[in-house]
Design a protein around this ligand. Structure first.
Ligand code: SF4
Ligand code: SF4
Ligand code: SF4
Ligand code: FES
Length: 986
């Protein structure tokens, strides 16, 4: 600790703490308009001037030093602060009472008050630019822009989309998109970082405009008139009394604007934020305190909430009658569900019924779903969609290190010396995690290796991009391991102390010579050696992987090979190291954690372990089935075989997202009784006998568990739409109709029960998760959690990890003369999965209206295809009609199709082949024939899609260029001679 004399009081501080942070912590009031703790010093506003030993310094750009004496209030400092802020006001009109940003958190408003500014000393100068309204979600008003550069810093160095800059040399600087494009035609991905950090109303969510204030919905002419009145009275009354009026209006807003914390409903990153609402209108998403994301979001979390108030929401139960659906009361629908399930169970046995839980629903709902299956119906036939993506990674980790979850946190990926990404389009599938890697790579010298079939954004940023032949990751990963062991580059000490099974593992690597790896993967021996040396030289390595690995017929083995590689290089047990299978859905981790699996009860406790079984039987007061049930792949087979008669499925678009969709649909048609619970009438609902209207995440309480094993609470933002119910209540109603006698009044009671039965969650309760608090499992009874796993031991009885030998078999669905092209598939940034939720947001639909198939320029030329050409893709299992998009993101005969379509789902083309260990479909191993149709339409991606933009990467806001302007001098100094310009950047 160092000691700093702050306004006469000695304060203790961390040696590298920024002075502004100390000042804020000590409660002194120094303005700081451009400084934001999550951006670091931007140094554009000069309002944070303080005096130190007679000289002025920027508190935001100065690290504390022992013995420093600082005055925040000296005449010199105060004058400089006011002068700096006067300059800001020359770029901003104060019309707070009629401004939608007058919500108590406007930095410009609050600084005016803090500095007791009474008059506009430097006249306001309008900028010669129009308001830019071309982005569907936010608008930029240059006239209100104070040129603080927060948005630029956020876009360049936090989001790292590198769209924004400021033209400091221009006589009238402004924020630029792609150096001067309209926002709507730029590379802006609508992540919202810039809008979130803007300290005033220059950048605002369109959903706020005209909605937040009491007077802001007035016509533009009326608003302009009122602004003129304010300008007219200011010289006489001063800002003090004007601000009093606006503060009265702001206080009124507090009563009608609700701010409720929630957790994002889309991907597994686990972003959390406040949702601002006025009645059912969503004003904005305000990220700030989320432990996973801070100020970060992607387009979906920030703006993708059109589904909530969408007119297509299901609001009443539906019952199929004479081949048609009719509306029904809840009583009738629940009664029918219970009666039919009972009848089928009585006739064909409990195992003729199956349950699919949802990875979109809460942990508590997943828990109840598997409890319904096991304790009420008496079957272990329960699963969730982690089978489609995550199970192989979980198995790989169970085999080697003991826990089936990310071994550390996002902060570890951020601080790693080297990040290796395998089969993950991270920038689109886990956008906020990608920001952390992009930022560390750009600013902190982190090295990045990417292995993928597609040259996605991360691949383009990588120091080394590997493009192996499809389905051969296991080979090059194992060849790297062998090379490291053969050349004395493995971490011997770590292996000796912490790892079992080296000899057998070493033997299993025999086939993986560099020569064999080159032949099979298409990667050169030199490249593989380079990878090995980069890992050996890095102080810490994290490996991130996703469905490019897991959705292969050897997904479990490749995941195991990844963990093996980490073990032999000692990349576990330390910050900045470890294995990170990136979880897809918001709660796909939690769905499995909470027992929606055919072989495991909550907390990965085996159904055939007598001790476990007894504990649950005592807790639930029932006899439980002791043998493994069917997974979702086996369920489809069992329906076809006539063994499975009834299914109850929640929140899964299984008829589209399961592989070999035609086959799955045909199975659903054979069911005697099918219940589907969802918020929209999905494609899967078409097969149902009863449809029950559930509630989306904003309409219920509960918890989600993100990819970093982080359990977070979501609070109810809105009442369920009339006619809908939170899913946990519906499951309880069904259970009780079947005679269960449950009486949960709130999801917290369900969590208490989970904690009492599951050692892994022993210390989890709602109190410990209040607000933005979170816990990363395992959680001991005293509430201690583990952000980084294995710091003391691996999760095996002897505390040691296990090297697990694997061998390579090869992909199943191989191209041949007829099906000559390899078809890959995956996500798009803007849409989640098939798009049932995201297509309901108009701006997303406008920018990304449809799916398409990416075709390489070589193949396009050979086959006479251009962007917009309609083609038919035909596989061994089905066909789809889709437009082509010609792009160099794919190479040669490899195609890529995003999964965002219900009309032309890629899974009509994929097979029923699976990874034998987990039954995860080999989605990524499809071969197709491409038939060019004689029809050319518009490009499937419109010109306004950000992929057509031209980013302008730069180091950040580049304030030095502002300082070089002839009309700039630091405030309070005249010529600026006493100012220390730049002490620290970040
Ligand atoms: S990408 Fe667009 S929304 Fe995101 S920070 Fe940059 S300019 Fe703003
Ligand atoms: S638009 Fe950017 S530069 Fe302008 S005030 Fe907002 S954050 Fe600052
Ligand atoms: S979709 Fe994922 S990255 Fe985007 S805001 Fe939601 S949790 Fe964050
Ligand atoms: S807060 Fe803007 S320069 Fe320090």
């Amino acid at each position: 600790m160092v000691k700093v004399n702050l306004d006469g009081v000695v304060c203790e501080a961390q040696p590298d703490e920024l002075l502004i942070d100390l000042i804020n912590r000590a409660g002194a009031s120094v303005p700081h308009v451009c400084y934001h703790p999550q951006l670091g010093p931007v140094q554009t506003c000069d309002t944070c001037m303080v005096e130190e030993n007679g000289r002025l310094i920027r508190a935001c750009a100065t690290k504390v030093a022992d013995g420093m004496t600082v005055s925040t209030k000296s005449a010199k400092a105060s004058a400089a602060q006011v002068e700096a802020f006067d300059r800001i006001l020359s770029n901003h009109l104060l019309y707070c009472t009629v401004c939608d940003n007058n919500n108590g958190n406007c930095t410009v408003h609050n600084t005016t008050k803090l500095l007791a500014i009474e008059h506009q000393r430097i006249p306001f100068r309008s900028k010669p630019y129009e308001i830019d309204n071309t982005n569907p979600f936010y608008r930029y008003d240059p006239d209100q822009c104070i040129l603080c550069g927060r948005c630029v810093e956020a876009c360049q160095n936090v989001e790292v989309n590198e769209t924004l800059s400021i033209n400091w040399e221009d006589p009238n600087p402004r924020v630029l998109w792609d150096g001067g494009s309209a926002i709507g035609e730029s590379s802006c991905v609508s992540c919202g970082h810039c809008v979130t950090v803007c300290p005033c109303n220059a950048l605002m969510e369109k959903s706020m405009l005209g909605h937040a204030g009491f007077l802001t919905s007035l016509k533009k002419s009326a608003l302009s008139g009122m602004i003129e009145v304010v300008k007219g009275v200011e010289p006489e009354t001063g800002y003090g009394s004007i601000l009093q009026v606006s503060e009265a209006e702001e206080a009124m807003r507090e009563h009608r604007i609700r701010k409720t914390k929630t957790v994002c409903t889309y991907c597994g990153v686990g972003c959390s934020f406040d949702v601002w609402t006025k009645d059912r209108h969503i004003l904005k998403i305000a990220p700030e305190h989320g432990p996973a994301n801070g100020i970060s979001t992607c387009i979906k979390g920030k703006f993708g909430w059109g589904h909530i108030n969408n007119q297509d929401r299901l609001t009443t139960p539906l019952i199929r009658e004479d081949g048609k659906f009719r509306e029904a009361s809840w009583k009738e629908a629940i009664g029918l569900v219970a009666r039919r399930l009972s009848e089928i169970k009585a006739k064909d046995g409990a195992d003729s019924v199956a349950f699919i839980s949802s990875s979109k629903c809460t942990n508590e709902e997943s828990y109840l779903m598997q409890k319904l299956a096991r304790a009420v119906i008496g079957t272990n036939n329960v699963d969730n969609c982690s089978r489609y993506c995550q199970s192989p990674a979980t198995v790989g980790l169970f085999r080697t290190v003991g826990y089936g979850g990310d071994s550390g946190s996002i902060s570890d990926m951020e601080k790693a010396d080297l990040v290796l990404i395998v089969g993950s389009n991270t920038a689109e599938s886990h956008p906020v995690i990608a920001t952390r890697v992009k930022s560390s790579h750009k600013l902190d010298g982190q090295k990045l290796i990417v292995s993928d079939l597609r040259e996605n954004e991360m691949a383009r940023r990588a120091d080394l991009f590997l493009h192996p032949n499809p389905g051969t990751d296991l080979i090059w990963l194992s060849a790297v391991s062998r090379y490291l062991l053969d050349n004395g580059l493995a971490h011997t000490k770590f292996l000796d102390q912490w790892v079992n099974g080296l000899d057998q593992y070493r033997k299993s690597l025999e086939p993986f010579t560099l020569e064999a790896a080159e032949r099979l993967t298409g990667l050169s021996e030199r490249t593989i050696r380079t990878v090995a040396h980069m890992i050996a030289e890095a102080k810490s390595t994290c490996i991130l992987w996703a469905m490019g690995v897991t959705q292969q017929s050897q997904g479990s083995d490749t995941s195991t090979a990844i963990s093996n590689l980490l073990l032999i290089t000692g990349n576990y047990m330390r910050p900045g190291t470890g294995s990170y299978p990136l979880r897809g859905h918001n709660n796909v981790q939690g769905a499995s954690d909470h027992g929606s699996m055919p072989n495991m009860l909550p907390g990965y406790q085996l159904v055939d372990d007598p001790e476990v079984l007894q504990r649950f039987e005592t807790g639930w007061k029932v006899k439980l089935p002791p043998t493994k049930g069917l997974d979702n792949h086996q369920m489809v087979e069992a329906i076809h075989e006539g063994k499975l008669k009834a299914m109850y499925l929640i929140g899964e678009e299984m008829s589209i997202v399961d592989s070999n969709a035609n086959y799955v649909g045909a199975a659903f048609e054979k069911l005697d009784f099918f219940v589907v619970q969802d918020i929209f009438f999905s494609n899967t609902c078409r097969y149902a006998d009863v449809v029950l209207p559930g509630a989306p995440s904003l309409e219920k309480e509960g918890t989600f568990t993100s990819t970093e094993r982080r359990i977070q609470r979501l609070y109810q933002v809105l009442e369920p739409l009339l006619g809908c119910q939170p899913d946990w209540k519906i499951i309880q109603d069904v259970a009780n109709q079947l005679g269960a006698g449950w009486n949960y009044r709130h999801p917290s009671e369900i969590m208490d029960e989970i904690a009492s039965l599951t050692p892994m969650f022993a210390g989890v309760n709602y109190e410990r998760l209040a607000g933005y608090k979170s816990l990363q499992w395992p959680v001991a009874a005293d509430g201690t959690d583990e952000p980084l796993l294995y710091t003391k031991r691996f999760a095996f009885p002897d505390g040691k990890a296990r090297l697990f030998p694997v061998s390579w078999i090869g992909p199943t669905d191989q191209p041949n003369a007829e099906f000559d092209l390899h078809l890959n598939n995956g996500r798009l940034l803007e849409h989640f999965h098939e798009g049932n939720l995201t297509y309901r947001t108009e701006g997303i639909r406008e920018k990304t209206p449809d799916t398409f198939v990416e075709v390489s320029p070589e193949l396009a030329e050979e086959r006479g295809i251009q962007s917009g050409t309609w083609v038919q893709l035909i596989s061994r299992y089905g066909k789809v009609r889709v437009r082509a998009l010609v792009t160099d993101r794919v190479h040669g005969t490899e195609l890529y199709m995003p999964m965002n379509s219900v009309e032309s789902p890629v899974n009509r083309l994929t097979s029923s082949h699976t990874d034998p260990v987990t039954n995860t479909p080999a989605y990524k191993e499809a071969s197709v024939h491409l038939k060019v149709l004689n029809e050319v339409g518009d490009s499937p991606l419109p010109r306004i899609n950000p992929r057509f933009g031209h980013p302008t990467p730069q180091g950040g806001v580049e304030v030095e260029r502002k300082w070089k302007r002839a009309d700039y001098s630091p405030p309070g100094n005249g010529n600026g001679s006493g100012l220390v310009q730049l002490q620290t950047k970040k």
